[in-house]
Design a protein. Structure first.
Length: 369
């Protein structure tokens, strides 16, 4: 236990060293440690890992031991030699072939987000994102900064879908969306052919629009609500990249529409999903967007907002407070409480506002026109 002073110093050290923990995780993913161990028929020693990854024996041993203490690896001693294997956590989330792999998000966090966080104090001082400081790019047009190169755009698009591999199904099942049957996809790139072929029937009801790029939530909608149709509405460069790199099946239940949701006509639909979109923007921009959605929405239709929600008093949970700071360093927005989203939705004319109430890392709010 230790004295209160010891405990306080322990906590301080834990916080101060938090970035080292993240870097251990990022480096082990970048080097391919978890993929290598997933493919090995038996646990491997540090020398064998180093030989196969082309890394130093010394550095590899230190990294693997740190991973073991973080429970990212299991270690057993055979004839006095340590041998490493994946744990359930790393097998589920840190191996590329896993259906719940988070590797693309971790890559984005390590190579992009981390660099913006290096300027957190400046972001707090200025009250604005740090693309200028971190990457030397102007951020007057937010997504021109986010998508400052094709590589960065693809990295972002791939990263964003990872969390929905884990939470997407639960979120899309929070409300019964079967009365909004035609679904608008944000990247049908990962739609398995088998699922696509189950949804080939032409839409019988109006479209459900999903602004965004990943397509993973739309895929869950297609799986939960067979017969639906999905339209992906996103910026032209995102739609082009999705079509070029991820080859959605032509004529399937997923279609793309390129445009700027602040300026261009929105497709008529009976449900619009705004997943991690409002948190990118100021209240003023959110109001503008929601008013446009309300105008385009059919009577009886609605909007599904998917976001990480702050507690009603804003005092937690910590992960959402940290995401809010992340919005500060990377966007123009913030995370909000349910009441703040309710107020934005009501001001745009939406009614019957319902909370999903799951209080997971992400939650859904459904509102009707
Ligand atoms: C934070 S991402 C969320 C993506 C997806 N909804 C998800 O949850 O994974 C925000 C999305 O909004 C899109 N976006 C940003 N500004 C836009 C605009 N003016 N018009 C259309 N889409 C826009 C981005 O390209 C991106 O796909």
């Amino acid at each position: 236990m230790g004295s209160p002073e010891d405990q306080a110093f322990g906590l301080l050290s834990e916080y101060a060293n938090g970035f080292m923990v993240s870097q251990v995780l990022f480096a082990a993913c970048d080097l391919g440690v978890f993929d290598l161990l997933a493919q090995a028929p038996e646990p491997l020693g540090a020398a064998a890992v180093a030989a196969r990854l082309g890394t130093s024996g010394h550095g590899t041993e230190l990294l693997l031991d740190a991973c073991a203490s973080l429970r990212l690896l299991a270690v057993e001693t055979q004839a006095g030699q340590a041998a490493y294997a994946n744990t359930a956590l790393s097998a589920a989330y840190l191996v590329s072939a896993s259906p719940t792999s988070q590797l693309d998000m971790l890559r984005y966090l390590g190579r992009t987000t981390y660099l913006c966080w290096a300027h957190l104090a400046e972001a707090v001082r200025q009250g604005r994102n740090q693309y200028g400081q971190a990457f030397g790019v102007p951020s007057g047009d937010l997504f021109a900064a986010v998508y400052r190169s094709e590589g960065e755009r693809l990295r972002f698009m791939r990263a964003l879908q990872d969390v929905w591999r884990v939470h997407g199904r639960r979120l899309m099942a929070t409300f019964d969306l079967s009365t909004f049957p035609v679904i608008c996809d944000l990247g049908g790139e990962y739609l398995p052919v088998a699922r696509a072929s189950r949804c080939q029937a032409p839409p019988r009801r109006p479209a459900l629009s999903v602004p965004g790029c990943s397509g993973a939530l739309a895929r869950e909608c297609l799986s939960l609500y067979p017969g639906c149709q999905v339209t992906v509405f996103d910026l032209p460069e995102v739609v082009l990249a999705a079509k070029t790199h991820f080859s959605p099946p032509e004529g399937g239940p997923i279609g793309f529409l390129a445009g700027d949701f602040f300026k261009d006509p929105l497709p008529e639909a009976d449900l619009y999903i705004l997943a991690r979109v409002l948190h990118d923007w100021t209240d003023q921009a959110c109001s503008q967007l929601l008013a446009r959605v309300h105008q385009a929405c059919r009577a009886g239709g609605g909007v599904l907002v998917v976001e990480s929600l702050l507690d009603s008093d804003g005092r937690g949970p910590l992960p959402t407070q940290l995401y809010s700071l992340n919005m500060l360093v990377q966007t123009e927005g913030r995370e909000r409480t349910p009441a703040q989203y309710h107020a934005l939705l009501a001001a745009a004319g939406f009614r019957d506002i319902q909370d999903g109430g799951t209080r997971g890392l992400y939650d859904a709010i459904l509102a009707r026109k």
